[in-house]
Write a protein that binds this ligand. Structure first.
Ligand code: SAH
Length: 262
């Protein structure tokens, strides 16, 4: 007998952005390995053993190799393992590496996608990543830098494409330079959404030319998503989220999700 590994996306920010399927998987888990961006209220009241393998940029608490080994060992011990990640596991979540390790060892896997911050965090600021006649495509780029050889995969300027950058707070000056090099105009709209979807969400609307100074004055902190493109201007009219929203109580959350299932 072998256990099974479920790769599960928690969504960004508050716990109630997880999917119904995801919540059910958590309730059935024997062991949950989770990352630091996951809202910890999701873990309250679970019968599962909880293992924190949270990684911080520049300070990897548990090396990836070791996480892979742990997942495989737990599943081999006949455990129902849930690997819980922030947002969607397939968006800069290394699900591929971990799933490959499982498949190599003949372990059954399941993927439960999550709401990704790349799309949802702009949405919480009233910024749709596409808009008819304004943006017909969007791309999601990592602004995390592993070493000096790596350059950001920012495409050449296209007026009708939105560029969303994740993990970009610490590397801001470097990727702004790439935007310049790739032909993005100085006055092209750029927004940062910090702690998107959370009660203390903050939005900074600026331009490519002024972003570095504006972010410094704003004291921008991680986690934040950067959105570059004309859709950013919609924030002024479409911003809908009041930042005083109450947090969901975990008990209420679980009561709703399991009602009728008992
Ligand atoms: N798999 C995740 C992304 C992991 S990379 C997903 O699909 O969302 C981590 C980056 O996601 C952060 O550096 C930040 O850019 C972004 N992020 C995640 N949650 C966020 C939030 N609540 N507000 C703003 N950015 C967030």
């Amino acid at each position: 007998m072998m256990g099974k590994v479920t790769f599960l996306g928690a969504g960004p920010g508050p716990a109630d952005l997880i999917t119904v399927r995801g919540l059910r998987a958590l309730e059935k888990a024997d062991v949950v390995l989770y990352d630091h961006l996951v809202d910890k209220t999701l873990l309250h009241g679970l019968r599962a053993r909880l293992i924190d393998v949270g990684k911080h940029s520049g300070w990897h608490r548990v090396p990836q190799e070791q996480i892979n080994t742990m997942i495989v060992a737990l599943a081999r011990g006949d455990e129902n393992v849930v690997r819980l990640k922030g947002g969607d596991p397939a968006v800069f979540g290394r699900v591929g590496e971990e799933a490959l390790a499982c498949v190599e060892h003949g372990i059954e896997v399941e993927w439960i996608p999550g709401v990704t911050s790349a799309i949802a965090v702009p949405a919480f600021a009233g910024i749709p990543v596409t808009h008819r006649g304004v943006a017909d495509s969007f791309c999601v780029v990592t602004a995390h830098r592993r070493n000096d050889e790596f350059d950001f995969a920012i495409p050449p300027f296209q007026p009708r494409m939105t560029v969303v950058l994740l993990m970009g707070v610490g590397t801001l000056a470097a990727w702004i330079e790439v935007l310049h090099r790739q032909g993005y105009p100085e006055d092209w709209p750029l927004a940062f959404v910090e702690r998107g979807a959370c009660a203390d969400q903050r939005v900074l609307k600026t331009t490519v030319g002024e972003a570095i100074e504006a972010a410094a004055a704003f004291q921008l902190k991680s986690p934040a998503v950067a959105v570059v493109g004309q859709v950013v201007t919609l924030h002024e009219v479409l911003a809908w989220k009041r930042d005083s929203g109450a947090r969901v109580q975990p008990r209420a959350l679980f009561a709703t999700s399991t009602s009728g299932a008992a």
